[in-house]
Design a protein around this ligand. Structure first.
Ligand SMILES: *Cc1c(COP(=O)(O)O)cnc(C)c1O
Length: 367
C-alpha cells in the first residue's frame, strides 16, 4: 500500500524493519544511540551544541506542542496564534485547556499570515508573551514562513513557538538564525520519515532552564526533560520511551543524510507535488489553493459537486493508494500528501489510479 497521507507517512522498508528487535532503553549501547540521535536532530535544526538542546517526548505531535506551550508560556499568560487552519485550532485548544490564554489572529485558510498582520496583532496585544505558529498547515497546504514572521516577533520583543511538525526536515529552518524562537517542535514521523511515536522540541538551553518546573505538569515539562538529561545523561529517558520507534528513527536519519538532507528532501517533495497538481488538474480536479500559496507538503483539491469522498478513497485503496477520508478545510476537499518515502514515479502511478477511481465513480472531467 502506498500512503499519501500527511502523517503517518510512507516509510522506507529499512526503517520499518528496524522495529523488529527487543531493546532495553537503559542499555548502554542504546543510550549511546539515543544521545547521538539528539545531537543529529540539533544539527538538522541548525542549533548550536551547548546552546541549543533536543528535548524529546513520547507521543503524538500534539503532545510536544502542549509541552512547549506549557513550558514557555506562563500559566495564565497569553499568546497569539494565526488561525489559518485546523492545526492552529489545536494550538488554541490545547493552550486554553492548559490554563494559558490563546488570542486567535484571524487569517483565511487559503494563505500564510503576512508580516503586516503579525505586526498589527503583536502591537494590539502587548499582554501576549508568545507568537505560536504552524509552519506548514497540514489541513490545507499553506505555509506560514518563519523567515518572514520571525523578525517581526523579534522586533516586538516577543518569543516564538513554531509548530514545524509537517515542515521540519523539508522546509528550511536554522534555529541559530532565530534568536526569538523558544522551541521548534516536530515528530519522528512526517518529513523525517520515521515511525510515529516521538516528539522533539529543539530549544535554547538557557531559556529551558529558566522555565523548568513552571509547566504545571511533570509529564509535559521540557525543563524537567533537560534537567534529567543533565543529571542522568543525554542517553537517558525519564519514562519508558517507544524504543523501537527511536531505533528506527536512527535508521531514518541515516537515510535522510544519505539522500542529501533538507534540500534533497524538499526537491523530491516538490517534484511529487508538481506531478500531483498537474495530473489532478488534467483529471478535472481544481486545487483549493492558488499556486502562489501552495506549500510542498500536501495538496488539497475541491470536491466535485455531489462527490462521494469515502467511495473515492475506497476505489483508490483497491488500486493500492491510501489517502485521507476526511478534510479539514473550510470547503469540502480531497487531501493528498506529497511527503514520506514516496518517489515521483510512485506519484505518477497514484495519479493514474486517481483517474481510474474517478472514472469508476462516474465523475466527469470538467469541461
Ligand atoms: C501532524 C501534525 C501535528 C501533530 O499531530 P498528532 O496527530 O498529534 O501527531 C501537529 N501540527 C501539525 C502542523 C501537523 O501536521
Amino acid at each position: 500500500m502506498l500512503l499519501l497521507t500527511p502523517g503517518p507517512v510512507q516509510t522506507d522498508p529499512r526503517t520499518r524493519a528496524a522495529m523488529a528487535v527487543d531493546i532495553a532503553p537503559w542499555d548502554m549501547e542504546f543510550r549511546a544511540e539515543y544521545a547521538a540521535i539528539r545531537e543529529t536532530v540539533t544539527a538538522i535544526a541548525g542549533g548550536v551544541p551547548g546552546v541549543h538542546a533536543t528535548l524529546p517526548l513520547q507521543g503524538a505531535g500534539h503532545f510536544i506542542m502542549e509541552a512547549a506551550i506549557r513550558t514557555f508560556v506562563p500559566e495564565g499568560g497569553a499568546y497569539l496564534v494565526p488561525m489559518n487552519g485546523t492545526y492552529a485550532g489545536r494550538i488554541e485548544r490545547l493552550g486554553r485547556e492548559a490554563g494559558r490564554r490563546p488570542i486567535p489572529v484571524s487569517v483565511p485558510d487559503t494563505r500564510g499570515v503576512t508580516a503586516a498582520e503579525a505586526e498589527a496583532a503583536l502591537a494590539a496585544h502587548p499582554e501576549a508573551s508568545h507568537w505560536v505558529m504552524v509552519y506548514s498547515e497540514t489541513g490545507t497546504g499553506i505555509v506560514n514562513d518563519p523567515a518572514a514572521i520571525g523578525p517581526v516577533v523579534r522586533a516586538a520583543g516577543r518569543r516564538m513557538i513554531l509548530d514545524a511538525v509537517s515542515a521540519f526536515g523539508a522546509l528550511p529552518f536554522t534555529l541559530s538564525e532565530h534568536p526569538e524562537v523558544d522551541a521548534v517542535a516536530f515528530t519522528s514521523n512526517k518529513c523525517l520519515e520515521g515511525m510515529p511515536g516521538i516528539g522533539f522540541a529543539v530549544c535554547p538551553v538557557d531559556r529551558v532552564r529558566e522555565r523548568a518546573g513552571k509547566a504545571n505538569s511533570w509529564s509535559f515539562d521540557l525543563g524537567d526533560v533537560l534537567l534529567h538529561a543533565e543529571r542522568a545523561g543525554w542517553g537517558s529517558y525519564r519514562f519508558t520511551p517507544p524504543v523501537q520507534a527511536l531505533h528506527a528513527f536512527g535508521v531514518a536519519m541515516g537515510l535522510y543524510e544519505a539522500e542529501g538532507g533538507q534540500p534533497a528532501r524538499l526537491a523530491r517533495y516538490r517534484e511529487n507535488l508538481r506531478i500531483l497538481i498537474e495530473g489532478a488538474t488534467a483529471l478535472g480536479l481544481e486545487p483549493y489553493l492558488d499556486a502562489e500559496h501552495q506549500g510542498p507538503i500536501i495538496a488539497t483539491f475541491r470536491q466535485p459537486p455531489g462527490f462521494d469522498l469515502q467511495g473515492f478513497v475506497d476505489a483508490l485503496k483497491r488500486r493500492g493508494v491510501l489517502i485521507s477520508n476526511f478534510y479539514t478545510t473550510e470547503q469540502p476537499t480531497i487531501r493528498i500528501g506529497c511527503i514520506g518515502a514516496v518517489t515521483p514515479d510512485q506519484m505518477r502511478g497514484a495519479v493514474v489510479a486517481m483517474g481510474e477511481a474517478l472514472a469508476e465513480l462516474g465523475v466527469r472531467r470538467a469541461a
